[in-house]
Ligand binder design. Structure first.
Ligand SMILES: Cc1ncc(COP(=O)(O)O)c(C=O)c1O
Length: 358
C-alpha cells in the first residue's frame, strides 16, 4: 500500500498501540524487565555532566561496551537504543530496491525500518511449533537482489534461541546477516556467543533496554566490521552531532553494575517463569512453545478471538497482553514476565478469567 506521497506505507500499528493502549494496572504486555531506578545505581550528581568529549563515541563508554561485548572498540557504534541501532545497521547495508529477508513472525518495527529505507521485504517463516529457523527455507527465499537477512535472537515474540552452529550456517549463505540480540542476555549461562564474534558477515544490534530494565538510558549499540561501523557513525551524523552526555556517563556506570543487575534479573525471571508455567498448565485452551529462558512467551488460543479476549481483558480486568495481530499471527498473544511476581500472578489470574468468559 502507498501513502499520499506515493511511498510504500509503513505497517506501524504496534508502536502507537504500545504507547497509547498497552498501559494497564496489570501490564503483561511489556517485553523487558521492570525499570531500574537511578537511585539503584551508584550514581552521584558529581558523576554527571551536561556536555563532554563525545564525538564518534565517548571513549569510556566505547571501552565499557567493547569489554561487555568482547570486541575491539572500533567494531562498536553507539546508538540510541536497539531501535536506532537497527536503523543504522539497515541503512548502512541497504539501498532502495534491495531485498531484505526478514523472519516471520518478527518485531514489527524491523519491517518498518526496511520499508523506510525503501527496501523490498521478503519473509521466511519460523517453524510453527518451536519457532526454530530452517536454513533450507531461508536459502530457497534468497534471490540475487537479497542484500540482508534479519533475525532476532532470542526471538521476539517467542524467546526461541538460534544456537551458535545455526547462526554460523546463516552466515555462510553469502549474504550479510543482521542479528538483533536485544534479548540474548536473558539466556544467561545458556547464552551462545554473540554473532558479532563469529565473523564480519554478521551485524549485531543490542541495548541495555530489555534484559537490564534500563530503557531510559537509551544505551544501544551495533557490532560491525570497522569500515561498516565507520559508515554507520556517519549515517548517525544526520540525526545530531552530539549524544546526550548524561546518559552516556550513567551508561558507563550501569555497565559496571551489570553482573549485579543480571543476578537480580535471573532470580526474578526464574520465579516468574514458574508462575507462568503453573498458569499455562491449568489452561487447555492455550498451546505454547515453552522456552527455558527469556522474558516473553507467545501462546496460541485454540478457539475464539484473541482480539476480543484482549479487549475484555483490558476493559474489564485492567490487564494487557500483546495481541498477535501485531506479529501477523492473530490467533496468538504475547505475555511478558519481566515485572514483579505478585502483579504478574494477579495479571495471569485475570487472564484466566477473560479466557473463561470468552
Ligand atoms: C527485537 C527488538 N528489537 C529492538 C527493540 C527496541 O529496543 P530499544 O528499546 O533498545 O530501542 C525491541 C523492543 O521491543 C525489540 O523487541
Amino acid at each position: 500500500m502507498r501513502d499520499v506521497y506515493g511511498r510504500e506505507k509503513l505497517s506501524t500499528q504496534y508502536m502507537p498501540w504500545a504507547k497509547r493502549r498497552s498501559h494497564a494496572r496489570y501490564n503483561l504486555a511489556t517485553s523487558g524487565l521492570a525499570h531500574w531506578k537511578l537511585r539503584d545505581l551508584p550514581v552521584k550528581i558529581d558523576d554527571l555532566e551536561i556536555s563532554g568529549p563525545s564525538y564518534y563515541g565517548f571513549e569510556p563508554l566505547q571501552n565499557a561496551l567493547a569489554k561487555h561485548c568482547g570486541v575491539a572498540a572500533n567494531r562498536i557504534v553507539a546508538a540510541t537504543g536497539t531501535s536506532m541501532a537497527n536503523y543504522l545497521a539497515m541503512a548502512a547495508v541497504l539501498k532502495p530496491g534491495d531485498e531484505v529477508l526478514i523472519e516471520h513472525p518478527t518485531y514489527e518495527l524491523i519491517v518498518d525500518v526496511a520499508l523506510q529505507i525503501g527496501a523490498k521485504i521478503r519473509r521466511f517463516k519460523r517453524s510453527e511449533s518451536t519457532f526454530s529457523i530452517d536454513l533450507r527455507s531461508i536459502k530457497a527465499s534468497l534471490t540475487p537482489a537479497t542484500k540482508l537477512i534479519v533475525v532476532s535472537n532470542l526471538h521476539n515474540p517467542t524467546s526461541a534461541l538460534i544456537d551458535e552452529a545455526t547462526v554460523k550456517e546463516l552466515g555462510n549463505l553469502g549474504v550479510p546477516v543482521l542479528v538483533d540480540e536485544v534479548y540474548l542476555d536473558a539466556a544467561f549461562e545458556q547464552k551462545p556467543r554473540s554473532a558479532g564474534l563469529l565473523g564480519d558477515q554478521f551485524i549485531v544490534t543490542s541495548s541495555l533496554t530489555k534484559v537490564y530494565g534500563l530503557s531510559g538510558l537509551r544505551c544501544g549499540w551495533i557490532l560491525a566490521e570497522p569500515a561498516l561501523a565507520e559508515r554507520m557513525w556517519h549515517l548517525n551524523d544526520v540525526f545530531g552531532n552530539i549524544p546526550a552526555h548524561m546518559a552516556e556517563l550513567a551508561s558507563v556506570i550501569a555497565l559496571g553494575e551489570l553482573p549485579r543487575i543480571a543476578k537480580n534479573v535471573r532470580a526474578r525471571l526464574d520465579l516468574n517463569r514458574a508462575a507462568l508455567w503453573k498458569f499455562l498448565d491449568s489452561r487447555e485452551d492455550l498451546e505454547v512453545f515453552r522456552p527455558p529462558f527469556g522474558t516473553i512467551v507467545f501462546p496460541r488460543l485454540k478457539r475464539g478471538s484473541v482480539d476480543r479476549m484482549c479487549d475484555l481483558l483490558r476493559t474489564k480486568h485492567e490487564t494487557t497482553v500483546v495481541p498477535g495481530r501485531f506479529f501477523d499471527m492473530p490467533n496468538h498473544f504475547r505475555i511478558g514476565i519481566g515485572g514483579e511476581l505478585e502483579p504478574l500472578e494477579e495479571g495471569l489470574r485475570r487472564l484466566g478469567l477473560a479466557l473463561d468468559e470468552l
